[in-house]
Ligand binder design. Structure first.
Ligand code: GDP
Ligand code: MG
Length: 750
């Protein structure tokens, strides 16, 4: 509870003091430190300030200030040992791929996705670990290179740091890439947060033979640096130890816990001071932000910071002071303030590294192998064929190798169906079990092995760093589509499932490219469509053509997405492309454990879906097919589902679909697997249409309405229903047109 919640006469023990910088320091100096008893002397509802007694002195605090102090009332008995553990909230901040998620997993024992490119972590994930007498609550934030507000991730991390005020920040640093990683650290220093640095990937740094004095650097930065490797868990204990130390308020008592001001040069500092004068006068602001940081952000022309001060009475003067400082910087250095601030930060970093005797090693450089492999994989002539060959290999292995376990599961399903058929008396219950549940769910569950294999490939490509290269190779082509190389990763991920792919678009800086990527994503055949393809191609086409048919569907999807992207970027969503840097992280051999874990996580989701929506849908489809207007229907045609299918039949007559196909398409709106399970229930393997209709149907399934989950994801990511509805409508219209044209033109030939 908050100190401000206490009533007159109540006593409590201080748990922690939130807030930033100067404010926090002053409060601590007044005696409001952790573990101290405090008594409320006078707290009337409208009274401000409120009087307290702490360490035998009477002090008065403003209500706003008292809100920043957390206390535990002494008269309440703690419920259990567990809940009495004081909690430390720790946010993990760092560049993409520096090992935040690995740290998170190591510490919390959780199974979070680690990936070798930016953007796997798109949300804050929370976990906890007990350390000593504390419970440390870890928040894994998305990777960012800086805390300016260019990408949604940067803004997100910034908001988390300001609004949720973590007690301590762990800044995870890729120590084999110190200079760039420390840039973010300097920004954290500006924010006056309590930071502990994990010098991660220290195994690689050592292997390369890098040398620097950690202690000196630690002192220069004013924060503890702990060498770690989250491949092995090395340094974790020490890191958490430092977190506890810093939480227990040793700021100022120890040279490793010191607030450092980075000097940004005379003109900038003068500007900061001028702006701070106004900011410091505002208490509400002072509680939430480090005024120095806010001033710096204003000098950088940061829009979010301008919004913060927009309502202040001094807003105009502040902006005037800002503009004056910016003008002076321009006059003196020839640069805009943003560049000057950045230069100053890099200057600080270089200076600090120099002083710490930083020497880059020459031994076994991970980057050397990386360069060598990169030269091959991103080669102008070889890169593309290698990429296509890998894709081909992926699908080939998925289908051929997956066939065996698929047959086994199929046999099992059949055996179970027969077993029930023989041992139960006829009736609706038996029909529901055999035709509804086993027929429906069974026809989808057989694809689990293939889906697992596909995900294994995708996991290996992500974890090894190849996916980032694929994006690099595709950059030019993507630009031709009006997209970014970065759009490519979500597009590939969409082959697995469209929903995480839509979320992965968050890494794309330009809103326009992000939106287009999201909208064309559903054209990528997700694994839920696979069962339908396999089922139909298996029934209608000779074995030697099956792979080809399958690939033709994937390729059609890709070509349509290119076409749609072009159309969207030319006519619908206009705007400019922003240039961006594409990261090429070093190659890392993915651990079997990680790959297995990622694959299994997906498999689990698939099984969950099986037991949920697909089970329910199968039963509904079965029931609609079993009953009619007059009780149990004599034939499928007289059942409810027959009537429903007949009702929509005219809409699909151009494609030559019969009512059963129509019904399965309707059912597939929930999830595409349901198309397969519905066909399983309705046809029972007895198909009565031509291969031409079969292929038109496959085209329709490929293109139309992705599924409810994807549409909701698009709504969430684009921020409005408008684009979600647009995606739903345009895909369905396109599916109708493409399949109709294919069928009509095909009929002329066949
Ligand atoms: P995040 O983007 O910051 O969450 O980084 P991840 O935790 O996803 O890690 C990126 C990659 O670096 C993964 O392949 C990890 O296995 C690998 N990795 C993480 N920590 C270390 C480390 O200390 N040493 C080495 N060699 N690899 C690491
Ligand atoms: Mg991560």
């Amino acid at each position: 509870m908050k100190l401000s919640d206490l009533h007159t006469g109540q006593q409590a023990v201080i748990v922690k003091v939130k807030g930033h910088g100067g404010f926090r320091k002053r409060i601590l100096e007044m005696g409001f430190v952790k573990g101290q008893e405090v008594e409320v002397l006078l707290n009337a509802p409208l009274q401000d300030p409120v009087k307290y007694k702490v360490m035998g002195y009477e002090v008065s605090l403003r209500r706003q200030e008292a809100e920043m102090i957390e206390v535990e009332a002494t008269h309440e008995e703690p419920v259990s040992q567990e809940s009495r553990r004081p909690e430390i909230t720790v946010a993990l901040v760092g560049n993409p791929n520096c090992g935040k998620t690995s740290l998170f997993n190591f510490a919390s024992g959780a199974h979070e996705r680690v990936g070798n490119y930016s953007g796997v972590t798109v949300d804050a994930k929370e976990g906890y670990t007990d350390f000593g007498r504390f419970r440390i609550r870890l928040v894994d934030l998305p990777g960012t290179y800086s805390l300016s507000a260019y990408s949604p991730e940067e803004l997100y991390v910034r908001r988390q740091l300001v609004d949720s005020t973590p007690d301590v920040v762990i800044n995870v640093i890729d120590s084999s890439n110190l200079e760039r990683n420390l840039y973010l650290t300097t920004q954290l220093m500006d924010m006056h947060l309590r930071v502990v640095c994990a010098l991660n990937m220290f195994d690689e740094t050592e292997r390369r033979g890098d040398r620097f004095n950690i202690e000196t650097l630690s002192r220069l930065l004013g924060m503890p640096l702990v060498p770690t490797s989250f491949k092995t868990g090395r340094g974790l204990e020490q890191l958490l130890g430092e977190v506890v130390h810093i939480f227990e308020n040793r700021e100022g008592h120890d040279e490793y816990y010191r607030h450092q001001h980075i000097k940004h040069g005379h003109e900038i500092e003068e500007g900061i001071a001028n702006i701070q004068k106004y900011l410091k006068g505002n208490d509400l602001l002072r509680l939430r932000y480090s005024t120095r940081w806010l001033a710096l952000k204003l000098l950088e022309n940061d829009e979010a910071a301008e919004k913060v001060i927009a309502d202040l009475p001094e807003c105009e003067q502040i902006l005037l002071a800002r503009d004056q400082a910016v003008r002076r910087v321009k006059e003196e250095t020839g640069d805009d303030a943003e560049t000057a601030i950045m230069d100053a930060k890099y200057g600080f970093i270089r200076g600090a590294l120099h002083e710490a005797g930083y020497q880059r090693g020459e031994k076994d450089d991970t980057y050397r192998t990386t360069h060598w492999i990169d030269a091959l994989i991103t080669n102008k002539w070889l890169g593309f064929p290698i990429f296509l060959a890998l894709l081909f290999l992926m699908f080939e292995v998925t289908f051929t190798l997956g066939q065996y376990p698929m047959d086994w599961i199929d046999m099992g399903v059949q055996w179970l169906g027969d077993l029930i058929s023989e041992n139960m008396s006829d009736g609706p219950l038996k029909a529901m079990l055999v035709d509804g549940i086993i027929g429906g769910v069974g026809s989808v569950i057989v694809f689990l092995p293939q889906i697992l294999i596909l995900y294994t490939f995708i996991s290996v490509m992500e974890d090894s760093g190849y996916m980032a290269r694929a994006a690099f190779i595709m950059d030019k082509i993507m630009h031709g589509m009006g997209l970014h190389g970065k759009s490519f990763i979500p597009l590939i991920m969409a082959f697995g499932c469209n929903v995480p792919a839509v979320m992965a678009t968050r890494t794309i800086e330009s809103r326009r490219s992000r939106l287009i990527t999201m909208l064309v994503l559903p054209m990528m055949s997700c694994s839920a469509r696979l069962p339908i393809y396999i089922m139909i191609t298996g029934a209608f086409f000779a074995v030697k053509y099956q792979s080809l048919i399958m690939i033709s569907l994937y390729v059609t999807g890709i070509l349509l997405s290119v076409l749609m992207a072009r159309i969207l970027c030319t006519w619908v969503i206009k705007g400019d492309d922003t240039p961006f840097v594409m990261e090429l992280p070093p190659y890392r051999c993915p651990t079997a454990k990680a790959v297995f874990r990622h694959t299994w996580e997906k498999g689990k989701q698939y099984l969950k879906k099986m037991g949920g929506i697909i089970l329910v849908a199968s039963i509904i489809v079965w029931a609609l097919g079993y009953f009619g207007t007059m009780g149990v229907a004599p034939s499928l045609e007289d059942s409810f589902i027959g009537l429903l299918g007949k009702a929509v039949e005219p809409v699909f007559s151009v494609q030559g679909f019969d009512w059963r196909l129509d019904v399965s398409l309707l059912a597939g709106v929930g999830a595409k697997e349901i198309v397969a399970s519905t066909i399983g229930v309705l046809y029972n393997g007895d198909y009565n249409f031509s291969p031409l209709v079969a292929y038109s149907f496959l085209l329709f399934v490929l293109i139309y309405f992705p599924c409810i989950a994807t549409i909701v994801a698009i709504k969430n990511e684009s921020g409005s229903w408008r684009w979600a509805v647009f995606a739903a409508l345009y895909t369905t219209a396109l599916a109708w047109i493409v399949s109709a044209v294919f069928y009509q033109v095909g009929s002329l030939w066949l």
